[in-house]
Design a protein around this ligand. Structure first.
Ligand code: ADP
Ligand code: MG
Length: 686
C-alpha cells in the first residue's frame, strides 16, 4: 500500500510515532490491521492526488467504509495539510466525541492532544491539536471570529447527505471563502447521497466513489400495518433472539424515553425465556454520558451455561443510521420513524415530532445489517407503505426551521445580502423575512437590518436568539445570576424525572420545589437545592431530579458566565428575592419571549396572543391557580395543544417591554385586544 511505502524510510522509524516520538504501542498495530481492511484504505493515493489538485472534492462511500476515521488522518499523514490544521465536522455531538476518541487510539496519541474534539460546551483540544472533530455549529462559531477559517488547511464536511442546518450554512460559507483562500481544501464526505446535487453546487469538483463491501440484506415487511410500532418492534427483537442465528441486533427508535422503556421491556421479557443465550441490551442516544455511549462497542456476551451464544441488542436513535458504525450487526429492526424538527411559521413554533423516515433513511438503516455478513432487516411497516407513503429523501433541515439563529449567524459572518447567499436549497423568502422581523423585535437587528450591539453579542452566545436576548437583558435589570441559571436549565433535557412506575412519588418530590410564580422559578429552585446539596447524585436520585441534566446545566452556566464576563458584564445573584425582584426576573424573560404569551378566555381555556390558537396548560406545570396571563417556553403538539414551562406575568409589562410587537393597531379585534387597550390607556393616563 502506497501509504506504508511513503512512511517507511528506515526500519527504526516505522516503530516511532511521529506525533509523540514514542514507540508505537502494541494496540496501535492491532488496530492498524483492522484499518487496512477498510475500503477507503485502497483509495489513499487517489484521494491525496485529488485533494492536491482540486480545491473541492466530493467523497462518497458506504457507512463504515472508513471516511470519518481514516480520511482526516490520511490528509494529515500525507503532509498535504501543511502546518495548518484539519477539521472534520459532524452533525452530532456524540459522533464527534466518539470518533475523536477512536482516532486518538488509532494514532496512538492522547485524546485532546494531537487529536481532539470540540462541541458546544465541551472543548477537548489543546495547542497541540492538529486534527479536530467538531460539530458543524462549532466550526460556524469559529468562522465568526475568523471569517477565513485561517487556522485550517483542509476542512472535511462529513455526513453532508444529512443536510442539517449548519452543514448547509457551512457549505454556502466555505463556497464564499474558497476563492479568498486558494490554499484551503474542502472534502465533502457522505454516505450514499445525491452526489450530482453536490457536484452541481460545486461546479467542476471531482467525485471519489469508494465502493463499499456490502453483503446482501434480506428485507422483510409486515403483512398488515401495525397499530403500535413500539410493541411490534419489541416482539420482533424477542423473536430474532429466540429463533435467529448468531449476530447482533440494532433497533431504531425515536428518543431517550422510548429507548429506555424498550430496553427495560426487552430485558424483562428475555429474563423469562429459557433456551436462549444472554442478551446485553444497550441504549444509544445523544444525551447519554460518553462512557455509556462507549458500551455499543463492547463484545457480545459469551456462551452461557447452556452453551448458547450471547448477542447484543442496541436500541438507538438515528445516530446509528450513518454517524456511528457498530460492527457485528446482522439484524436490523426498523419501525420507520424518527424525531424530526418541524417548523410552524404561523405559530413560530419549532417542535420535534415523531414522523415517518424517508426511503433513503430506510435503505441506510437496512444497510447496517450487511456490514460483516449477510443480514436481515425487519421493517415494521408494509411494503405498500414503503412504496407509496415514504418520501424519497428527507427534507433538508433548513426548510423546516426557524431561521432566527441562521440569520443572526450569517449577519455576524458579514453576509448581509441574505437573498443572494448561495443556499443549496434556498429557504422560502417569507421564512427569511419572518426571521428578520423577529430579530428586529428582539432588538438584535435595527430597522436597516444591521446587527445591533446586543445582536452582536447574541450571535456569539451559544444559545437560541431568544435565550441569548434574555441573558443579555438581565444584566441591565440586575438579575443576571438567576437568569443565567434559568437559561442553562432551559438548555438541557428534562430536569424532573417521572418514571412510569412511581409517578406519585415523583410528583410529590417535584412539589417541594414548586414556586407559586411558575415553572421557570420551579426549575430555578430545584437547581439551587441541587447546588445547596453539593451537586450530590444521591440527592438527585432521591428527589427524582435528573443528575445528568443538572450537571450539564451547571456546566453550561459556568461557560455562559465566563462568556458574559468576556463581554464585560458581571453576573450577579441575589440572596433575597422579594416580589419586586421576582418581577425583574419575569421582565427579563418577557424581553425575550413576549411572542409566547397566552391569555385565559372565558371558558377557562387559553388562547395564544395574536393567534387565537387554543391551548391548555401542560399538566406538568407547578402553577396551581390558573393565572389570566402566562408566558410559555414551549408549545407541545400532541393530541391536544399544550404549552409547557409556564410563568405568570403582568400584561402591563408586555406593552412596556415590547411596544413594537404589542402595537395594538395591528392586533386582531378580540377580547385580548380589548384588555390590552384598556391597560394601555391606564399606562398613558395614569
Ligand atoms: P464511515 O465514516 O465511512 O461511516 P468510520 O470511519 O466511522 O466509517 O468507521 C470505520 C470503521 O471503524 C467502522 O467500521 C468500525 O469498524 C471502526 N470503528 C469506528 N469507531 C470505532 C470505535 N469507537 N471502536 C471500534 N471500532 C470503531
Ligand atoms: Mg462517518
Amino acid at each position: 500500500v502506497g501509504r506504508e511505502v511513503k512512511r517507511a524510510k528506515t526500519k527504526e522509524e516505522v516503530h516511532i510515532n511521529p506525533w509523540t516520538q514514542c514507540e508505537y504501542s502494541s494496540k496501535y498495530y492491532e488496530i492498524l490491521e483492522k484499518r487496512k481492511e477498510l475500503p477507503v484504505y485502497e483509495a489513499y493515493d487517489t484521494l491525496i492526488e485529488l485533494v492536491q489538485e482540486n480545491q473541492i472534492i466530493i467523497l462518497q462511500g458506504e457507512t463504515g467504509s472508513g471516511k470519518t476515521t481514516q480520511v482526516p488522518q490520511f490528509l494529515l499523514d500525507s503532509g498535504i495539510a501543511g502546518y495548518k490544521n484539519v477539521a472534520c465536522t459532524q452533525p452530532r455531538r456524540v459522533a464527534a466525541m466518539s470518533v475523536a476518541k477512536r482516532v486518538a487510539e488509532e494514532m496512538d496519541v492522547i485524546l485532546g492532544e494531537e487529536v481532539g474534539y470540540c462541541i458546544r460546551f465541551d472543548d477537548c483540544t489543546s495547542m497541540k491539536t492538529r486534527l479536530k472533530y467538531m460539530t458543524d455549529g462549532m466550526l460556524l462559531r469559529e468562522a465568526m471570529a475568523d471569517p477565513l477559517l485561517s487556522r485550517y488547511s483542509i476542512i472535511c464536511l462529513d455526513e453532508a447527505h444529512e443536510r442539517i442546518l449548519n452543514t448547509d450554512i457551512l457549505l454556502g460559507l466555505i463556497k464564499e471563502v474558497l476563492p479568498k483562500r486558494p490554499d484551503l481544501r474542502l472534502v465533502v464526505m457522505s454516505a450514499t447521497m445525491d452526489a450530482e446535487k453536490f457536484q452541481t453546487y460545486f461546479e467542476g469538483s471531482p467525485l471519489l466513489d469508494v465502493p463499499g463491501r456490502m453483503f446482501p440484506v434480506e428485507v422483510y415487511y409486515t403483512e398488515q400495518p401495525e397499530e403500535d410500532y413500539f410493541v411490534a418492534a419489541i416482539r420482533t427483537v424477542i423473536q430474532i433472539h429466540s429463533y435467529e442465528d448468531k449476530g447482533d441486533i440494532l433497533l431504531f427508535l425515536t428518543g431517550e424515553e422510548e429507548i429506555e422503556n424498550a430496553c427495560n421491556a426487552i430485558k424483562e421479557t428475555v429474563e423469562k425465556l429459557e433456551k436462549v443465550g444472554d442478551l446485553s441490551v444497550i441504549p444509544l442516544y445523544s444525551s447519554l454520558p460518553p462512557t455509556m455511549q462507549q458500551r455499543i462497542f463492547e463484545d457480545p456476551p459469551p456462551k452461557n451455561s447452556k452453551g448458547i451464544e450471547g448477542r447484543k441488542c442496541i436500541v438507538s436513535t438515528n445516530i446509528a443510521e450513518t454517524s456511528l458504525t457498530i460492527d457485528g450487526i446482522v439484524y436490523v429492526v426498523d419501525p420507520g420513524f424518527h424525531k424530526e424538527k418541524v417548523y410552524n411559521p404561523r405559530l413560530r413554533i419549532e417542535s420535534l415530532l415523531v414522523s415517518p423516515i424517508s426511503k433513503a433513511s430506510a435503505k441506510q438503516r437496512s444497510g447496517r445489517a450487511g456490514r460483516t455478513r449477510p443480514g436481515k432487516c425487519f421493517r415494521i411497516y408494509t411494503e405498500e407503505t414503503y412504496k407509496k407513503e415514504l418520501e424519497e429523501n428527507t427534507i433538508p433541515e433548513i426548510l423546516r426551521s426557524n431561521l432566527g439563529q441562521v440569520v443572526l449567524t450569517l449577519k455576524k459572518l458579514g453576509i448581509n445580502d441574505l437573498v443572494h447567499f448561495e443556499f443549496m436549497d434556498p429557504p422560502a423568502p417569507e421564512t427569511l423575512m419572518r426571521a428578520l422581523e423577529e430579530l428586529n423585535y428582539l432588538g438584535a437587528l435595527d430597522d436597516e437590518g444591521e446587527l445591533t450591539k446586543i445582536g452582536n453579542e447574541m450571535s456569539q452566545l451559544p444559545l437560541d436568539p431568544n435565550l441569548a436576548k434574555m441573558l443579555i437583558d438581565s444584566v441591565g435589570r440586575r438579575c443576571s445570576g438567576e437568569i443565567c441559571s434559568i437559561v442553562s436549565l432551559l438548555s438541557v433535557p428534562n430536569v424532573f424525572m417521572r418514571p412510569k412506575d412511581c409517578v406519585k412519588k415523583a410528583d410529590i418530590a417535584k412539589s417541594k420545589f414548586a414556586h407559586p410564580d411558575g415553572d421557570h422559578f420551579t426549575l430555578l429552585s430545584a437547581f439551587e437545592s441541587y447546588k445547596f446539596n453539593k451537586e450530590d447524585p444521591n440527592w438527585c436520585w432521591e428527589n427524582f431530579i435528573n443528575f445528568r441534566s443538572m450537571k450539564s446545566a451547571s456546566n453550561i452556566r459556568a461557560q455562559l458566565v465566563s462568556q458574559m464576563n468576556g463581554f464585560g458584564y458581571s453576573i450577579e445573584l441575589s440572596s433575597k428575592r422579594p416580589k419586586e425582584y421576582i418581577d425583574k426576573i419575569k421582565m427579563s424573560i418577557i424581553s425575550a419571549f413576549f411572542m409566547q404569551v397566552a391569555h385565559q378566555e372565558k371558558g377557562g381555556h387559553y388562547s395564544i396572543v395574536k393567534d387565537n390558537q387554543i391551548v391548555l396548560l401542560h399538566p406538568s406545570t407547578t402553577l396551581e391557580n390558573k393565572p389570566e396571563w402566562v408566558l410559555y417556553h414551549e408549545f407541545v403538539l400532541t393530541s391536544k395543544n399544550f404549552i409547557r414551562t409556564i410563568t405568570e406575568i403582568n400584561p402591563k409589562w408586555l406593552l412596556q417591554i415590547a411596544p413594537e410587537y404589542y402595537d395594538l393597531d395591528k392586533f386582531p379585534n378580540n377580547d385580548i385586544k380589548k384588555k390590552l387597550s384598556y391597560l394601555q390607556t391606564l399606562l398613558t393616563n395614569p
